[in-house]
Design a protein around this ligand. Structure first.
Ligand SMILES: *Cc1c(COP(=O)(O)O)cnc(C)c1O
Length: 467
């Protein structure tokens, strides 16, 4: 037998490992399949290493083997969808789940999921009810709308709206508003899928009212405006304001649909956010408006459609309504979030997205200083609080820059390694590395998360000794 064969023959068999007392507790607390898969994986890794290293492979170390195995089992035990700490400073980080929900929303989620609910049951009358009712009245009240319906997300809202209002007919949209919202959501594609025919007018930088007027013909079904929520065209530009388009709609008897994207429902102009509010969309004459639930609204993933009853009723009855309908958990979270807006001062305090956006740089800095104080005793890392600029993200208010603070880490441990270690923590911390320096942005870090970050940093610092 040569050395390689000898090394390979030292590797344990799955059954032997299963019988070892070191993993007995895992067989009780988790599934056998998970443990067996983990054992196979670790044995296979050892085998590959021996084959790679050949003669120089070290002999089998059983303690080392079980150390790796237990780590592998622990990793596999973790749920796939997990909480992370957002140290990026981007408030609406689509990859990190967009909006952090308000406390009343997670209470509502728990309440609605732990038992049965009146999802489609009218408790007062003792008969079948509608799932739409739970949020419709609230939306109408908050927005001054005749009717409303909420669906899975704003992409679904656009699809349902165009299918119900413009299938087989032309929808006039400005070339400057043919938005792509990340990945596969492009207005022209959604239009095609809904069966509506896109009629582009104007140019990328300039569209005039006469462009719409000239394009109207007997095939026209809808005049559509799309809020360019994730980009801005600057320079020699002009577009047609909603008010003007609404006037044209009235004159020609065509409905005006406004895809507003971000769903801002509080006045944030005082904080430099000049986005149109959802309320202004209807006030300025749109017949139907659409927006997301998990952007500036600060709720769960949802698409909200509000406006004239005749159009909303058509959408509710459309076969697609069933395809894109919201589930009870989302309804629960959305209702609770919307309720916060009944008192706008409360909304600014209680809805994390709004609280984060409106928080002063001074407050953000204070959290950084607290983190600094919690980690004074480290040997290999030194923290500093530095001013940074942050974005709202999630395709909302792209030109707004928030002045905030981040904690940077001075260390002889390479920044990439620290960043990687931060991601490996039980609650992964998502930081960024710029010019060889790690930044943990404090705007998106909650008060309750400072301690967790501090403990993680101290752990990484201790391990820093061993490298
Ligand atoms: C974000 C956005 C959408 C898509 O909304 P989702 O809720 O992410 O599906 C559609 N239109 C506009 C203008 C947007 O900003």
């Amino acid at each position: 037998m040569n050395t390689i064969q000898q090394r390979l023959s030292q590797l344990p068999k799955v059954d032997e490992v299963l019988g070892d007392s070191r993993i007995a507790e895992y067989l009780e607390t988790t599934s056998r399949t998970l443990v067996v898969d983990a054992i196979r994986e670790v044995i296979s890794k050892y085998r590959q290493q021996i084959l790679q290293e050949g003669e120089s492979a070290s002999s089998f170390d059983v303690d080392n083997f079980f150390y790796h195995l237990i780590h592998e089992i622990e990793e596999r035990k973790k749920p796939s969808l997990r909480r992370v700490i957002n140290g990026t400073g981007t408030v609406l980080h689509t990859n990190l789940g967009r909006a952090r929900l308000c406390a009343s929303a997670f209470d509502a989620l728990q309440e609605a999921s732990a038992g049965y609910s009146n999802l489609e049951y009218d408790v007062r009358k003792g008969e079948r009810g509608s799932r739409h009712d739970h949020v419709e009245r609230l939306i109408c009240q908050l927005m001054g709308a005749e009717a409303a319906v909420a669906v899975n997300n704003n992409a679904a809202a656009t699809m349902l709206c165009l299918s119900a209002m413009a299938c087989g007919r032309e929808v006039i949209v400005s070339r400057g508003e043919l938005v792509e919202i990340g990945g596969s959501f492009r207005i022209p594609d959604i239009m095609k899928s809904s069966g509506a025919i896109l009629r582009e007018v104007g140019t990328t930088n300039k569209t005039r009212l006469s462009d719409y007027t000239n394009a109207i013909n007997e095939e026209t079904g809808v005049l559509m405006k799309v809020h360019t929520s994730n980009y801005q065209i600057v320079g020699f530009t002009s577009d047609v304001e909603l008010k003007e388009l609404a006037k044209l709609g009235k004159e020609t008897g065509l409905p005006v649909v406004y895809d507003m994207g971000n769903g801002l429902m509080a006045d944030l102009s005082q904080w430099g956010i000049d986005e149109p509010t959802a309320m202004s969309g209807l006030r300025d004459g749109a017949d139907v408006i659409l927006f997301s639930g998990d952007k500036l609204l600060g709720g769960p993933q949802a698409g909200i459609i509000a406006g004239k009853k005749e159009y909303i009723e058509k959408m509710k009855k459309h076969p697609l309504a069933r395809v894109v309908r919201m589930d009870k958990l989302t309804i629960a979270a959305l209702e609770a979030t919307l309720r916060e807006y009944l008192d706008s001062a409360k909304a600014l305090r209680n809805i994390p997205v709004l609280r984060m956006i409106t928080e002063s740089a001074k407050k953000v800095k204070e959290r950084g200083i607290r983190l600094l104080e919690e980690t004074r005793d480290m040997d290999h890392m030194e923290l500093q609080v530095v001013p940074v600029q942050e974005q709202i993200g999630g395709g909302s208010a792209p030109s707004v820059v928030l002045d905030g603070f981040a904690v940077t880490i001075k260390s002889r441990i390479p920044a990439e390694r620290i960043e990687r270690q931060l991601r490996k923590q039980d609650i992964p911390i998502i930081a960024r590395v710029t010019k060889g320096c790690v930044y943990i942005d404090m705007r998106t870090v909650g008060d309750d998360e400072i301690q967790v970050i501090a403990e993680s940093l101290r752990r990484i610092d201790r391990e820093g000794k061993n490298q």
